[in-house]
Ligand binder design. Structure first.
Ligand code: FAD
Length: 475
């Protein structure tokens, strides 16, 4: 096959949020990055409800805050649930967690075609060479290391390209993940099926909750109701496997029947009509989405985003996990490419941190699916799975806003300052001056980070690399 002459530092397959983020984070460090995307953007994707950790954390690091602000996306202040033993809907605000409190305690509901385009264009501006309509077929391996990929170009010709690292960000349908070794482990617990469409003219909650996601439990599962503009709403039924019969046959009819079974959603949509043409004209089905790959990387290659794992749409963790994995993997790539640390150590850090965040969401979601509890009990579960002692809804909102990891990059400035102060106060309290100096040295002015384990790495001052933890090795 013809070979692209250039050898890249990083080759990213897939231009969704995970792919465009990891590519941009590597290019911003001066690395030569190529991104191959199968489709021509803008293209449709599901996953419209975002979290503050993505909007103000990752998107801030990517430098798209102002562009996002002016894109006209609906502001999401929190969530409204008709769920659990409480028969009345209850709401939470992201501001209830000190991790997001302040002027940035909101996220957006986005049309993914526009959001993903914005991120991909940003990757281009950051120096990534982006080629659309290029489908990656398989990887080139040599001597136990991935060294590039084979792909089909827009004219249908097969080509190869070489890179020091290949990142698979091709999402749920990834065919490349099988080259990583190990396998996708599907959840025994989450085996839901989603059926979804778009409506014009659906009702809005009164201000200030009009931009909230609404989730409503009903006999076969639950509904999401996501306002994408003043008039357009994304509506989806997430149906338990035992009720799969209700999703068979004509999709539009099946969705109408499910809506009729859920009085609150039926009421919200009583004056609305389903969109039947254009990008939103189809009623779509998705299933088999709850899995985690048991290997994250092999020499020369890593998985990010949905290619690695996804849990469940409830609590909108998908884009957060995808972009957080992109940040973690980018730190590993940047550190290994600079030659500071070996790739094994770097990617082990990515994997450990991702798994911890995945586990928190997973364990919380398993408990939340038990609809016999009330909010206070759900909040208690959140405290337990995150080991966050924040009172009331604090730990719950910290988790479902995407802040369970305590990653400085994903939380608000005021929280970062407070955390740094708390850590320094703690070391002062034990009169451990050496410890205090080392904490300062490790965290610098900008970053506060603690290693996950005794031999774990910490985030570098620039936020884009890993480094050895001074405290863990000497205190
Ligand atoms: P994707 O967004 O899937 O991007 C992958 C890209 O790779 C695509 O552009 C694709 O064209 C490209 N590609 C594929 N194959 C190739 C190839 N061979 N070569 C080159 N390119 C290729 N998340 C939320 O945050 N909020 C929500 O409200 C939410 N709701 C959801 C509802 C449902 C029913 C489901 C199933 C998921 C939901 N998600 C939600 C999850 C969200 O959709 C994903 O987590 C997110 O899109 C993952 O991003 P990604 O970049 O990893 O993959």
């Amino acid at each position: 096959h013809p070979t692209d002459g250039k050898v890249y530092d990083v080759m990213v397959a897939g231009g969704g949020p995970a792919g465009s983020s990891v590519a941009a984070f590597a290019a911003m460090q001066g690395h030569r990055v190529l991104l191959l995307e199968k489709e021509e953007f803008p293209r449709y994707q599901i996953g419209e409800s975002l979290l503050p950790s993505t909007v103000h954390g990752i998107c801030g690091l990517l430098g798209v805050t102002e562009e996002l602000e002016s894109a006209g996306f609906v502001r999401k202040r929190g969530g409204t649930f008709r769920w659990g033993s409480n028969s009345e809907p209850w709401s939470f605000d992201f501001a209830l967690s000190e991790k997001f409190a302040g002027p940035t305690s909101y996220a957006y509901q986005v049309e993914r075609a526009k959001f993903d385009q914005l991120l991909l264009d940003n990757a281009r501006r950051k120096g990534v060479e982006v080629r659309e309509r290029c489908a990656v077929r398989d990887v080139l391996e040599d001597d136990g290391r991935v060294r590039g990929v084979r792909y089909t170009d827009p004219d249908g010709a097969e080509r190869t390209v070489h890179a020091q690292f290949v990142v698979d960000a091709t999402g749920n349908q990834s065919r490349l993940q099988r080259y990583i070794g190990g396998q996708r482990r599907y959840s025994d617990f989450f085996q839901n099926i989603a059926l979804f469409g778009y409506f014009e003219g659906g009702r809005r909650l009164p201000s200030p909750n009009s931009g909230n996601i609404t989730c409503v439990a009903f006999p076969s599962g639950w509904f999401w109701y996501i306002p994408l503009s003043d008039t357009l709403t994304s509506v989806g039924a997430v149906v338990r496997k035992e009720c799969a019969d209700q999703v068979r046959g004509d999709r539009a009819e099946a969705l109408s029947a499910l809506i009729a079974d859920c009085p609150l959603i039926a009421d919200y949509l009583s004056d609305a009509r389903r969109v039947t043409s254009g990008r939103y004209g189809e009623v779509r089905v998705r299933k088999d989405w709850s899995y985690l790959h048991d290997t994250f990387w092999q020499p020369g290659m890593a998985l990010v985003g949905d290619s690695v794992g996804f849990i469940d749409p409830l609590f909108s963790s998908g884009v957060h996990m995808a972009t957080y994995s992109a940040l973690l993997a980018a730190r590993s790539l940047n550190t290994a490419l600079r030659g500071d640390l070996g790739e094994r150590e770097c990617f082990a850090e990515y994997e450990a941190r991702y798994r911890k965040e995945y586990q928190s969401f997973h364990d919380f979601l398993v408990n939340f699916y038990d609809v016999n509890r009330d909010e206070q009990q759900y909040f208690e579960v959140a405290r337990r799975v995150t080991r966050d002692t924040a009172p009331g809804a604090g730990a719950f909102v910290g988790l479902v806003g995407g802040g369970a990891s305590d990653e400085a990059a994903l939380t608000s400035e005021s929280y970062r300052d407070k955390r740094k102060k708390d850590l320094l106060d703690q070391s002062r309290a034990v009169h451990h001056e050496g410890h205090r100096i080392q904490l300062q040295a490790a965290f610098g002015e900008a970053v506060d980070d603690t290693p996950l384990s005794a031999d774990g790495l910490v985030v570098s001052q620039d936020g884009m690399h890993w480094e050895k933890s001074v405290t863990s090795s000497t205190v």
